[in-house]
Design a protein around this ligand. Structure first.
Ligand code: FEO
Ligand code: CA
Ligand code: CA
Ligand code: CA
Length: 677
C-alpha cells in the first residue's frame, strides 16, 4: 500500500529505490539522485574527464579494469558474516583475529548483509550499544521519550530525529561531548495514526520542526568502557523552531537576507537539514544546511533564482509544500516571506562547550545545498574548508580564510571564517604520468579579497546564489559531491560522489552514465599547499559490486574487497591512517544494507575495501566517528525502517530494540567497541 493515500502526489510516484521509501527519499533530498537542479556549466562533465583519464591510466599501468574484476564476486567471496557483536538482547561475542583495519581497530570483514535484515551487524569480537536515540532527554529537565505524548516543547529538549553527522569531543577525566546533526523527519514513523503529511496537526508540524537541527549531549565513561549520557547543563538543542543564529560574514545584513521580522538581515531562527559536518581547530562544529528548499512553499512571485537554481517550486508544483510547515509559520511561505529561504543553505557553526553561545551562519562560505564542511590548517596558517554541494551535477568548493592561525590551529576562532576566498573546482583530464595521477584541476575563485570574482555578479549575488556563480565560471558538474574531507596526515582530500542517475555522458568505465554506485576521488593540492589554485587527482574507488567490471579499487584485486555502493560520509581517525567510508543507497543499488567500510590509502593494500558494519533494514550509515585508540567506532543509524508502506503501527524495523520488540524504530547514535581479544 502507499505510504499515505491522501498525500500530495509526488513527482516520482511509482518510482522505487529498492526498499527506501520514495516519499521520504523525496523529502530528504528533493530527489537529488533523480534529477539535476539549476543551471550547470558547460565545461566537460567529470564523467568525460574521468573516463578519459581512467582509460589512459589503464593503458599506462596495464591494468584494464575488466581483467581485474573478471570472474570475481566479492559479494560471495567475503568471509561468512560473523555473529553480531551484540544484537539487541545478545551478549558480547567471543574474540576474533583481526585481519584488516588500523591499530586498535583490527577486524575481520563482515559479509555484506541483505537489505531485508533488521540488525546492526558488527565484526566478530566487537560489541555495540545505542548511546542515545530520538526523543531521549538532552536538555536538563527534558521529559523521557513517550511516543504517545510528543510535543514541540518536549522535542525542543530531546534528541532530534534522523541523526546524521556526529562528533565525539573529549573533555578529559572520563567526560566527552557528543554533537549530532538531525537532518530531517519521517512523520510516518514518528506519529501514531499517521495518514498523510497534509493531515498532520499544528502541534505535530511544530514537533517536526523542533526535531530538526543539532544536539549537544554530555557523556561520561561507563564502567564497561562504553560512553553513557549524563544530565548536564551543557546539554543543548539547536532546532528549526526556536534557536536564534547570527548571520555573519561579507553579506550578513544584505537586502537579500532581510525580512519583516528581521530588518537587520543578521538574525535567523533555526537551522534545517543539517547533513554532514566537521570540527574546527578551535573546538567548534561546522554543519551543512543541505536540502533546505523542501521546507518552503514556493511562489511564482518569489525570486526566480531559488526556483531555477535551488529546486524550489511554486505553490502549484506541490513539491515545496509537501511538508506543510507554512501552515504554522508564515516564514515557510515564500509568498509571505520572500527572503526567508535565502537565510538557509549555509554552513553553520556551533560551540558545544559554551551553552550560552550564539550559533553562526557563515555567509563567506557560500549558499548551496551544503553537505558539510571539513577544515585543515594550511602550512601558512590559513584555515581551509572543503565542501560539497550534494545535488546531481553540482559542484565541489573550498574556502580559504584570509586570516591565519598558529600551528595546529592555535589562536583560531570562529571569526577566522568571516573573511576569505571561495573557490569552485574545475577538473581536467590532463594527467601527470610521472606521478601516476589521473588528471589535474584548478580552483576557480568566486570571491577574492572580499570582492566578487565573477563577472556580472555582485558579491552578495555570488554568496547568496553561489550555484549560479559556479556555473558561470565553468566549474565541473559532479556526481553529487557529499562529504569531502582532508586526510589530517597528508592533506590529500577525499571526495565522496554518491551517485548521479541524471548523468548524460556515457563511458565504458566509471564515472558512468547514470552513475548508480558512486565513486571516491583523491585530490592533492599542488605543492601540498591547501591554499593553492591547482591540484591533481586520482580515482580511489569506483564503487559497486566488485563482480561488476566497471568497478575499480585502485588496482586492488576485486575478489578481495567488499561490495560498496553510494559513498556518502568519509572519516579519518586522528592518529591511525586509512579512510572510513559510510554509504547511503546500497539497499536500492546492490540490495545490501548500508555499510561502513575501511580503505587503506597507501602501499599494497591501497583500495582494499573491507566492510566493518552494516546498519539495519531501511537505515543509512551516517556520521562515522573513529577513535582507534579507544577501539571504538561511532555511527548514527539514520532512518531505520524507512521502507515504503511503513508506519509507526506497522514498522519495517524494530531498531534498536531487536526483532522481538513491538516498539517503533528510533534513529540512534551507536557505539561499536572492541571487546574481544
Ligand atoms: Fe544529506 Fe547529501 O546527504
Ligand atoms: Ca550525507
Ligand atoms: Ca566526514
Ligand atoms: Ca545521506
Amino acid at each position: 500500500m502507499s505510504l499515505s493515500p491522501s498525500r500530495t502526489p509526488l513527482p516520482m510516484a511509482g518510482h522505487t529505490r529498492g526498499n527506501r521509501s520514495a516519499a521520504t527519499c523525496h523529502f530528504k533530498c528533493g530527489d537529488a539522485c533523480l534529477k539535476a537542479e539549476g543551471s550547470t556549466s558547460t565545461s566537460p562533465s567529470f564523467a568525460a574527464v574521468a573516463e578519459a583519464s581512467l582509460s589512459r591510466r589503464n593503458l599506462l599501468l596495464g591494468l584494464g579494469v575488466v581483467a581485474v574484476a573478471a570472474g570475481s564476486s566479492a559479494v560471495t567471496a567475503q568471509p561468512a558474516a560473523a555473529a553480531p557483536g551484540k544484537g539487541a538482547g545478545g551478549g558480547p561475542a567471543a574474540g576474533a583475529p583481526g585481519t584488516v583495519g588500523p591499530k586498535g581497530l583490527a577486524f575481520t570483514p563482515i559479509a555484506s548483509v541483505a537489505s531485508t535484515v533488521d540488525e546492526l551487524t558488527v565484526p566478530q569480537g566487537y560489541t555495540w550499544k545505542p548511546l542515545i536515540s530520538w526523543g531521549d532527554p538532552v536538555v536538563q529537565g527534558a521529559p523521557a521519550f513517550d511516543l504517545d505524548r510528543q510535543s514541540p516543547e518536549a522535542q525542543e529538549k530531546q534528541f532530534g530525529y534522523n541523526c546524521d553527522y556526529l562528533a565525539i569531543l573529549p573533555q578529559g577525566r572520563g567526560k566527552a561531548l557528543l554533537v549530532s546533526n538531525h537532518e530531517y523527519t519521517n512523520e510516518n514513523l514518528m506519529y501514531p495514526g499517521f495518514t498523510s503529511e497534509e493531515a498532520l496537526t499544528p502541534a505535530q508540524l511544530r514537533t517536526s520542526i523542533a526535531a530538526h537541527g543539532l544536539s549537544v549531549v554530555q557523556l561520561r565513561r561507563g564502567k564497561d568502557g562504553f560512553w553513557e549520557v549524563e544530565p548536564s547543563k551543557l546539554g543543548r538543542r539547536f532546532t528549526g523552531l526556536s534557536t536564534e543564529f547570527e548571520l555573519r560574514g561579507p553579506v550578513a545584513g544584505s537586502d537579500l537576507l532581510k525580512t519583516a521580522k528581521d530588518p537587520s538581515g543578521r538574525r535567523v531562527v533555526g537551522t534545517l537539514n543539517n547533513c554532514a559536518g566537521g570540527t574546527t581547530p578551535w573546538g567548534t562544529v561546522l554543519s551543512g544546511e543541505e536540502n533546505f528548499d523542501q521546507y518552503f512553499r514556493g511562489d511564482a512571485a518569489g525570486d526566480p533564482r531559488n526556483r531555477d537554481t535551488y529546486g524550489l517550486v511554486d505553490k502549484d508544483g506541490k513539491v515545496g509544500n509537501g511538508r506543510y510547515w507554512y501552515k504554522v509559520d508564515d516564514r515557510f511561505d515564500v509568498a509571505k516571506t520572500p527572503n526567508e529561504i535565502n537565510r538557509f543553505g549555509w554552513i553553520v557553526e556551533v560551540d558545544p562547550r559554551d551553552p550560552r553561545s550564539t550559533p553562526v551562519k557563515h555567509t563567506a562560505m557560500g549558499r548551496f545545498k551544503h553537505e558539510g564542511a571539513t577544515t585543515i590548517v594550511a602550512r601558512k596558517g590559513n584555515v581551509v574548508a572543503y565542501m560539497g554541494d550534494d545535488t546531481a551535477n553540482q559542484h565541489l568548493y573550498k574556502f580559504v580564510s584570509r586570516d591565519r592561525v598558529g600551528g595546529g590551529g592555535k589562536g583560531g576562532r570562529s571569526e577566522v571564517l568571516d573573511a576569505g576566498d571561495l573557490y569552485v573546482a574545475k577538473f581536467s583530464a590532463e594527467g601527470d604520468v610521472t606521478t601516476d595521477r589521473d588528471g589535474t584541476g584548478e580552483w576557480i575563485p568566486l570571491t577574492k579579497d572580499g570582492q566578487s570574482a565573477v563577472p556580472g555578479m555582485s558579491l552578495e549575488e555570488v554568496l547568496v546564489f553561489t550555484r549560479a556563480a559556479a556555473a558561470k565560471v565553468g566549474a565541473t558538474p559532479m556526481d553529487r559531491p557529499e562529504d569531502v574531507e582532508p586526510d589530517p596526515r597528508t592533506g590529500y582530500v577525499y571526495v565522496a560522489c554518491t551517485n548521479n542517475s541524471s548523468r548524460k555522458a556515457a563511458g565504458p568505465a566509471n564515472p558512468r552514465t547514470a552513475n548508480k554506485y558512486g565513486h571516491v576521488i583523491e585530490l592533492r593540492e599542488s605543492g601540498d599547499d591547501a591554499t593553492g589554485t591547482r591540484f591533481d587527482w586520482s580515482l580511489l574507488l569506483v564503487c559497486g559490486d566488485p563482480a561488476d567490471p566497471t568497478t575499480y579499487f585502485s588496482g586492488f584485486p576485486a575478489d578481495k574487497v567488499s561490495p560498496i555502493s553510494c559513498p556518502d560520509n568519509v572519516a579519518f581517525d586522528k592518529d591511525q591512517p586509512g579512510l572510513w567510508v559510510s554509504t547511503d543507497g546500497a539497499p536500492s543499488s546492490i540490495k545490501r544494507n548500508d555499510a561502513l567500510h575501511f580503505v587503506p590509502l597507501t602501499g599494497p593494500e591501497r583500495g582494499r575495501v573491507s566492510q566493518f558494519l552494516a546498519v539495519p533494514t531501511g537505515a543509512e550509515t551516517c556520521g562515522p566517528w573513529i577513535d582507534a585508540a579507544d577501539g571504538s567506532v561511532f555511527v548514527n543509524v539514520q532512518h531505520p525502517g524507512e521502507v515504503d508502506g511503513a508506519v509507526v503501527d506497522r514498522p519495517a524495523s524494530r531498531f534498536p530494540y531487536g526483532a522481538g520488540s513491538q516498539r517503533t524504530p528510533r534513529p540512534s547514535t551507536v557505539q561499536v567497541r572492541r571487546t574481544g581479544k
